[in-house]
Design a protein around this ligand. Structure first.
Ligand SMILES: [Cu+2]
Length: 469
């Protein structure tokens, strides 16, 4: 019984970067093909990731999927590619499954072959154990009952064997046999209980072992010292290879810190603390009113593994703070409808608001900047190399995702597999920016969208809800 139970226990892990949003959404070019990819990391490691590939062109002959390690020796020896299955009713939609054997940042290579030739793209996917699944109650009940029957069976077989094995057919055992049989039954019961106790100890040890691999983000402790915000990172214990000082610059910064006033979620700061020493970051404190703020800090490790560290910052008395510098920005709002006011009478319009959203389903969130006369603007600039940045925050704070027009993959991780990536080659930046993403569960979310216009960063805030199925 113990063995079956442990096998069930092993089947219970998931994966994530961001917070509460494990699925990876990605949009990019595979040679001549414009492709959107969703990778849903497994609930177990080793486990099977589900991959969905959608291509606007239906002239695709086949789609091949290969999971490769991001870095290290095994990255050079990819396994044989798996063929993705074409959907029967939608010729541009393919699905496949891939085994992720270890906790790591994986690189899922998607190879497209079709009328326009061949093309490939790489999607970095962090896969880590997220939780241990509790055993299903019915199964536990059935297994418990079977265990009881087996235990009672063993005792009664031993007792019956001692009592009657040497008795002639039709005869009755004598009193000394009955006494012996009773002693053996007690001995067998003690043996059975001992085996069960040892089994339980073994199970707990195995479960404890797996607990060590369950992903725990780096812990972050904020403190205010004068007019600076100090962030101390510590490792609460996870895989040994995780370091506190191997972060890669993402959009030119080692850390992207979002500070959101909670529970109002009406003010947001997008800051870039500087590393002071291993595990310590410092940021000039912006002007903050007394209150509570939620911190979400995005970092990317040297192997491309992204983490979002969270903390609660309590500001007891209003802080004068310092003016924002460089790429740091701030936004505030009092309305959260589908058209958000920006400075100078401009508006950020959620152009496909009202589209029905389903939990986990890929969607495209499109936002357009209109000028004071309602015309799409022509003066958008890149903000840290991106046409726009979006943060999806569930109002109960269980989901935080930082998304770009290319999807949920951090640029630093992408640069490891595809080389530096930026949109600098673009001419005029379109007034509409779109973010591919799927909200992970039903509920109420707030979306913060940032674009840069004529040298200043503008923030629009929107409410979105995902109905329960
Ligand atoms: Cu961003």
């Amino acid at each position: 019984m113990t063995r079956i139970a442990v096998a069930v226990l092993v089947c219970g892990w998931g994966a994530s970067a961001h917070v509460g949003s494990p699925d990876v959404f990605f949009e990019g070019a595979a040679g001549p093909y414009r492709v959107s990819v969703v990778v849903r990391p497994p609930a177990v490691i080793p486990g099977v990731a589900e991959v969905e590939v959608r291509c606007a062109s239906s002239a695709i002959d086949r789609v091949l999927l290969t999971p490769v390690a991001m870095v290290g020796e095994s990255a050079k020896h990819p396994p044989t590619a798996d063929l993705a299955l074409r959907d029967k009713s939608d010729p541009g939609y393919f699905t496949g499954s891939l085994w992720f054997m270890v906790t790591a940042n994986w690189n899922v290579r998607v190879r497209m072959e079709g009328a326009a030739g061949k093309g490939e793209l790489s999607v970095p996917v962090p896969a880590a154990a997220q939780r241990t699944m509790a055993m299903d109650r019915t199964l536990a009940g059935v297994l418990g009952l079977l265990c009881l029957i087996l235990s009672v069976g063993v005792v009664s077989i031993v007792s019956a064997a001692v009592r009657e094995a040497q008795v002639e057919p039709g005869g009755t055992p004598g009193p000394d046999r009955l006494l012996r049989s009773r002693r053996y039954a007690i001995g067998a019961s003690v043996a059975v209980v001992t085996v069960l106790v040892l089994g339980r100890l073994w199970w707990s040890a195995e479960a404890g072992n797996y607990d060590r691999y369950i992903y725990k983000p780096l812990a972050m402790t904020p403190s205010v010292e004068g007019d600076s915000l100090r962030l101390r990172l510590t490792d609460p214990g996870w895989i040994r290879s995780r370091a506190l000082d191997d972060f890669l610059p993402d959009h030119g910064h080692l850390m992207h810190l979002f500070v959101v006033r909670a529970p109002e979620l009406d003010r947001v700061w997008h800051l870039h603390p500087e590393r002071v020493e291993s595990g310590e970051f410092r940021q000039a404190l912006p002007a903050l009113a007394a209150g509570e703020y939620r911190l979400f800090a995005d970092v990317v490790h040297g192997n491309g593994f992204p983490e979002t560290l969270t903390a609660l910052l309590t500001i007891p008395a209003t802080q004068a703070g310092r003016a924002l510098e460089g790429d740091d920005s701030h936004g505030q709002a009092s309305s959260f409808g589908p058209s958000a006011p920006l400075s100078g009478g401009h508006r950020l319009v959620w152009s496909n608001a009202g589209e029905r959203l389903r939990a986990r389903a890929p969607a495209s969130f499109r936002f357009r900047v209109d000028d004071d006369k309602g015309k799409p603007v022509r003066d958008l600039e890149l903000y840290m190399g991106m046409q726009g940045h979006a943060v999806f925050l569930k109002k109960d704070l269980t989901v935080f995702a930082h998304v770009h027009p290319g999807g949920t993959v951090p640029m630093a991780a992408l640069a490891l597999v595809a080389g530096p990536h930026s949109m600098h080659a673009m001419g005029e930046i379109p007034a509409e920016v779109s973010f591919p993403y799927g909200l992970p569960s039903p509920g109420e979310y707030r979306v913060f969208v940032q674009v840069k216009r004529s040298g200043s960063v503008e923030t629009g805030m929107f409410d979105v809800s995902v109905p329960a199925e």
